[in-house]
Design a protein around this ligand. Structure first.
Ligand code: HEM
Length: 425
């Protein structure tokens, strides 16, 4: 899901000379605007190859990506090389502490630490807990929809798709309404830190200070709910299970991961979903006429243009994978867009087909680290897109597709803005 990843640390040398090597910039305009075309052509010509610019293996077919996620010689534990490289450039205590917090994110852990942490946290995404959020999420959706203007261009992201998950996760954690704006700021800083601030030391320091403010705020909440539990995720996370419970550090880390994980990804799913429906009007009409297919539609949208652009692993030990000799310490990018449009797995993969039931898509990852928040993301996207389609009988883009700008990151696929004109005829 996140990380330090597009960043080249100097821990990863060379590449195997026995195989294809390219020097592509994986966040160049073409790759950012249309990763399907860009990585799709790599999938068809060099399914696994060494990228000399990013110093990483790039894996693009569905078969190899899912095999890589099962490969225990590839580790999710990849913070240390990044930390070491950043700490060589700064001796900031805030930055160091930030890395300590990130190091406890379960997405960066391998078994057995990952297994234990995931077991303790998974209870907050149990079906009954997520279902119980429906009324609250619907309320947030309705209030945001009520404020959307008609008949003039509005940024669907800024006014709807971004605030929705931010408010929902803050509310679920138990943050009172007056503090949610602070939370949103910290979360944005966290996003910039995790997704790309590494190229700018000032932004990095600022983001790290934001992380410490967030940590202190969370500590206050933890202390409060320890004494007087309420109906929220922090109180639930404080409970013991089979005599085990999260340490204070693990709780702080997990809350920051939930805040981060539950935020921009969900915004992008809702936005990419609306964009896909606008590009396939017959599909949008089908969905309007048959709202009960929404859960299947959300899966197809996640396959067709989901928010995950790549997942990252490090080679743990020298071994052979996919016919390649991999060396310990090398980085591996697992590319969701090309795997999710692999014609060997999905018929007519470049077409949005809401009724296809895309079993096997990896938009929420695969295997041990499969997205823990997927039930919540699905529910939010369902309620959000259902309400938008129900409420507005006309939705048109207020910009040409070629004018839309995508965020240039290796890990996520999201627009900067989506101008639309909404109407109730
Ligand atoms: C559409 C929205 C979302 C997408 C596309 C998404 C995608 C992903 C992906 C691809 C992974 C696997 C990363 C890897 O293997 O390296 C992941 C893991 C994770 N996601 Fe999500 N996510 C979404 C929403 C959420 C939400 C709403 C939450 C929580 C509030 C969340 C929490 C997590 C957590 C905790 C993990 C780590 C699981 C583990 O390491 O065992 N995600 N997500």
């Amino acid at each position: 899901m996140s990380d330090a990843d597009a960043n080249s640390t100097d821990a990863t040398p060379r590449g195997a000379l026995s195989t294809a090597q390219f020097d592509h910039n994986l966040v160049c305009d073409d790759a950012v605007r249309d990763p399907y075309q860009f990585f799709g052509s790599l999938r068809d010509t060099a399914p696994i190859h060494w990228n000399t610019r990013h110093k990483a293996w790039v894996v693009t077919t569905h078969e190899l990506v899912t095999a890589a996620m099962r490969n225990t010689n590839l580790t999710a534990d990849r913070m240390e090389p990044f930390r070491a490289s950043v700490m060589r450039q700064t001796n900031s205590a805030a930055v160091d502490e930030t890395f300590r917090i990130l190091a406890n994110w379960m997405v960066f852990l391998d078994p057995p630490n990952h297994t234990r942490l995931r077991r303790l946290v998974s209870r907050i995404f149990a079906p009954s807990v997520v279902r119980a959020q429906t009324v609250d999420i619907q309320e947030v959706v309705d209030s945001l929809i009520a404020d959307l203007p008609e008949g003039r261009p509005v940024d669907f992201i800024g006014e709807f798709a971004a605030p929705l998950p931010a408010i929902v996760i803050a509310k679920m954690l138990g943050v009172p309404p007056q503090d949610r704006i602070l939370f949103k700021e910290w979360s944005d800083k966290l996003t910039s830190l995790v997704f790309g601030a590494y190229d700018n030391p000032d932004r990095f320091h600022e983001a790290a200070r934001g992380m410490l403010d967030l940590r202190d705020y969370l500590l206050g909440m933890i202390e409060k709910f320890e004494v007087a539990p309420e109906d929220n995720l922090i109180s639930l996370l404080l409970e013991q299970e089979d005599g085990d419970s999260l340490s204070r550090d693990e709780l702080i880390s997990t809350c920051t991961l939930l805040l981060f994980g539950g935020h921009e990804t969900t915004t992008n799913l809702i936005t990419n979903g609306l964009l896909a429906l606008l590009e396939f009007p017959d599909q949008m009409n089908d969905l309007r006429r048959n709202p009960d297919i929404m859960p299947m539609a959300i899966e197809e949208i996640t396959r067709f243009d989901g928010p995950a652009r790549s997942m990252v692993r490090l080679v743990k030990e020298d071994h052979e994978f996919g016919g390649i000799d991999m060396k310990a310490g090398e980085r591996v990018f697992l590319v969701n867009p090309s795997a999710n449009r692999d014609p060997l797995v999905f018929d007519d993969p470049d077409t949005l087909n809401l009724r296809r039931n895309p079993t096997g898509h990896i938009g929420f990852g695969f295997g041990l680290h499969y997205c823990l928040g997927a039930p919540l993301a699905r529910l939010e996207a369902d309620l959000a897109l259902s309400a938008v389609l129900r409420e507005f009988s006309t939705i048109t883009m207020a910009a040409d597709r070629s004018e839309l700008t995508w965020n240039p990151t290796m890990l996520s696929r999201g627009l900067k803005s989506l101008p639309v004109v909404l109407g109730r005829v």
